[in-house]
Design a protein around this ligand. Structure first.
Ligand SMILES: NC(=O)c1ccc[n+]([C@@H]2O[C@H](COP(=O)([O-])OP(=O)(O)OC[C@H]3O[C@@H](n4cnc5c(N)ncnc54)[C@H](O)[C@@H]3O)[C@@H](O)[C@H]2O)c1
Length: 338
């Protein structure tokens, strides 16, 4: 059978990783084209991977007859139009999170996906991470009993912020851009919906975020439909570097999903014990980024359900919007949103 031709729209931080995976590590699929408004960036990654079809406009990529599916890795505020254009041409879509910025847009996207019959998967890669899969199996098999508490921490090292990611009108805020990974993971792990959210945030280190009303440090508390509680935090200035951990507590036991140490060796030296850890998210989630694409391709070839569906994308979006509303109003917000 012919390999599935995949094109990537947006070759920034995450788009590049997706290009590399499709160029070498996803069975049954090949990287056949790239589109980015940043021509030098597109050319650089294309030439390093031997791709000749490079476009400044995503519509040209979508129209390319060699392209069967696209990966959308642009800033969030652009994704809806790209999905609508792809659905019109019957091209399958893998869309990075958050899939868009409003519930109205999400509904428009859902209608387009249903009308066209394309496969659509959202980039919530924790569903493809071996440690999270193990945690979910343990929960499903009853090993930890009835769930009581789920917590997730997201810490990023100091950086410079700017552009779309510092503007909540384009990123959807830290709640959509960062925390939505865990809103999705909590739904997926627990099989429960979030029914109530209270959130607060502070911009302690980044003037640009403060100016735009976004936050670098947030805490989101949630009540789930099964009665359990959940909490997600994010901090964008962690001096010790990237750190992402989760914890599940049940009546019979608990689960900790750690950072995913790079090796199991610990070096003992001068009163210190050290272990090599992942320096950034791209390294921590490398296995999951590859496997989520393997499952996306499989869902296209077999007609199966994508690992994170468009409805899952909308659900995580809704929790993020509720968190934003709660932080701004200083009130508890119930779901579904009115
Ligand atoms: N799943 C994850 O773990 C993960 C990690 C990082 C980023 N993301 C998500 O991926 C998306 C992109 O993030 P990023 O950090 O790679 O951003 P980025 O700014 O590094 O890259 C975005 C790219 O999109 C390009 N672009 C902008 N407008 C375009 C257009 N109209 N057509 C084509 N290309 C266009 C830019 O030139 C840039 O190369 C965001 O939604 C982000 O939240 C997900």
């Amino acid at each position: 059978m012919k390999n599935l031709g995949v094109g990537v729209v947006g070759v920034g931080a995450i788009g590049k990783l997706h290009c590399q995976n499709y160029a070498s590590s996803v069975p049954g699929a090949s990287l056949v084209g790239i589109a980015d408004v940043n021509a030098p960036a597109a050319k650089e990654i294309a030439s390093s991977l031997g791709v000749t079809a490079v476009y400044p406009d995503y519509r040209q990529l979508i129209a390319d007859p060699n392209v069967d599916a696209i990966v959308v890795a642009t800033p969030p505020f652009l994704k809806k139009d790209i999905l609508l254009a792809a659905a019109e041409k019957q091209k399958h879509v893998f869309c990075e999170k958050p899939m868009t910025l409003s519930l109205k847009d999400a509904d428009e996207m859902i209608s387009a996906v249903q009308r066209s019959g394309i496969r659509f998967q959202v980039g919530y890669q924790k569903r493809s991470d071996v440690s999270f899969i193990h945690a979910r199996k343990a929960i499903e098999s009853g090993e930890v009993g009835k769930l009581m508490l789920v917590r997730a921490h997201n810490r990023d090292p100091p950086t410079t912020v700017g552009g779309w990611s510092a503007d909540p009108a384009k990123s959807g805020s830290v709640f959509l851009d960062t925390c939505s990974h865990d809103f999705d993971a909590i739904r997926w792990l627990t099989g429960s919906e979030v029914t109530r959210v209270s959130a607060d945030g502070s911009a302690l280190m980044y003037d640009e975020l403060r100016k735009n009303g976004d936050y670098d440090t947030v805490v989101v508390n949630m009540r789930l439909s099964n009665g359990a509680m959940a909490q997600v935090d994010a901090c964008g200035w962690t001096p010790y570097g990237f750190d992402s951990r989760s914890e599940i507590v049940g009546t019979e036991g608990g689960i900790i999903v750690g950072m995913g140490e790079k090796t199991l060796s610990h070096v003992y030296q001068n009163g210190r014990i050290s272990n090599e850890k992942h320096a950034y998210w791209g390294s921590r989630w490398a296995q999951a980024y590859r496997d989520e694409m393997v499952s996306f391709v499989k869902s296209i070839v077999t007609g199966g359900t994508p690992r994170a569906t468009i409805q899952d994308g909308k659900a995580a979006l809704e929790i993020g919007l509720a968190a934003w509303q709660s932080a701004k109003s200083e009130k508890l917000v119930s779901l579904p949103l009115k």
